[in-house]
Design a protein around this ligand. Structure first.
Ligand code: PEP
Ligand code: MN
Length: 339
């Protein structure tokens, strides 16, 4: 059980609630975050009387543990919050934001060619991994800081906002120095220490859904970031693990309208990791926009067959251009704009 304090409550008020709980033989733990002042009730004694707390002026509400607290929780009148994507674009407004680029940064030439093409086609963000979370330690692990420097140069050339992954707490200052948006990947969605660390800095966060995380666990991961002080969180559905094996993952698009119902956070879709198959990327991109996604994260390579990672799910430059053309009328039909 959690006692949510009135937003204007003082430390003395919190002390009062702790005393009330003590008097009822109940221990407690105070959680003071950027968004909530909360007292967690640790055990319930026979003398515990919930109405004592509910009637206290400094208490906003008393909620059962099953009822989660969301800083991004949506009231019926609220819309989606807009998160900056560099200085020229946002995610979450009327305009749908497309972030495209290679799975991994391989060279300056590779990156610049892809960046120029996706920009020309209408993308507002350039994705590319410099630190790569690979399944095998023997696979290419990314160019590290050299890759980040290449991304920064591509931004200078194109004006595209840079989205790139940070894998651990130690990397946060370095990646934040180069990136416009820090990506926390599927494998790290549960890493609360990393979530807190990216929450303590100012750059927006692209938080990918853990591949076996429930919607509630996902929202709670976002909560870790917001609780640390950073409310600029973009969610990203990237597919979950199921028994299916025709695709790399099962893209769970129903989460998009469900997130829209429960949260003010914008949500984009990654049809590349979500399917693992190039031919499935265009149809699932269209479906994502049609069901209300605020943007897409798409892997694009100048020569997918030669890509150092994830070529089998990457569009080539022509494929991406064609997709952008096909998405335009779908966005319009949903009262959104693409370019
Ligand atoms: C990626 O975007 O390159 C990536 C590794 O994605 P995910 O964390 O969703 O697997
Ligand atoms: Mn990839």
């Amino acid at each position: 059980m959690i006692v949510v304090m009135n937003p204007r409550s003082t430390n003395e008020d919190i002390g009062c609630v702790v005393k009330l709980l003590n008097a009822m033989g109940t221990s407690s733990c105070v959680v003071d975050s950027a968004d909530h002042k909360v007292v967690e009730v640790m055990n319930l004694s026979d003398r515990f009387d919930r109405s004592v707390l509910e009637n206290a002026a400094m208490v906003d509400k008393v909620v059962d543990r099953a009822e989660p607290i969301h800083a991004g929780g949506r009231q019926p009148h609220e819309g989606t919050s807009e998160v900056p994507l560099g200085s020229r674009a946002t995610i979450g407004g009327r305009k749908i934001g497309i972030i495209a680029g290679p799975c991994s940064v391989e060279s300056q030439g590779q990156l610049n060619e892809i960046a120029a093409a996706v920009k020309e086609a209408g993308a507002v963000g350039l994705r590319g991994g410099a630190f790569k979370p690979r399944t095998s330690p023997y696979s290419f692990q990314g160019l590290g800081e050299r890759g980040l420097e290449m991304l920064a140069l591509a931004r200078e050339e194109t004006g595209l906002a840079i989205v790139t992954e940070v894998m651990c707490r130690d990397q946060v200052p370095l990646v934040a120095k180069y990136a416009d948006v820090l990506q926390v990947g599927s494998r790290n969605m549960h890493c609360s220490l990393l979530l807190a660390a990216v929450g303590e800095q100012d750059k927006p966060i692209l938080l990918k859904r853990g591949w076996s995380a429930t919607l509630e666990e996902y929202l709670m991961a976002a909560e870790y970031i917001m609780q640390a002080g950073n409310r600029n969180v973009i969610l990203c559905e990237r597919g979950i693990r199921t028994f299916e094996d025709y695709a790399r993952n099962t893209l769970a698009l129903a989460i998009v309208p469900e997130i829209k119902r429960r949260s003010t956070l914008p949500i984009i879709v990654d049809p590349s990791h979500g399917t693992g198959r190039t031919h499935l990327v265009p149809p699932m991109s269209k479906a994502a926009i049609a069901c209300g996604a605020d943007g897409l994260l798409v892997e694009v390579h100048r020569s997918p067959k030669e890509a150092w990672s994830d070529g089998s799910q990457s569009l080539d430059l022509d494929g991406f251009r064609a997709l952008m053309e096909q998405l335009t009328p779908i966005a319009q039909a949903c009262d959104r704009a693409l370019k």
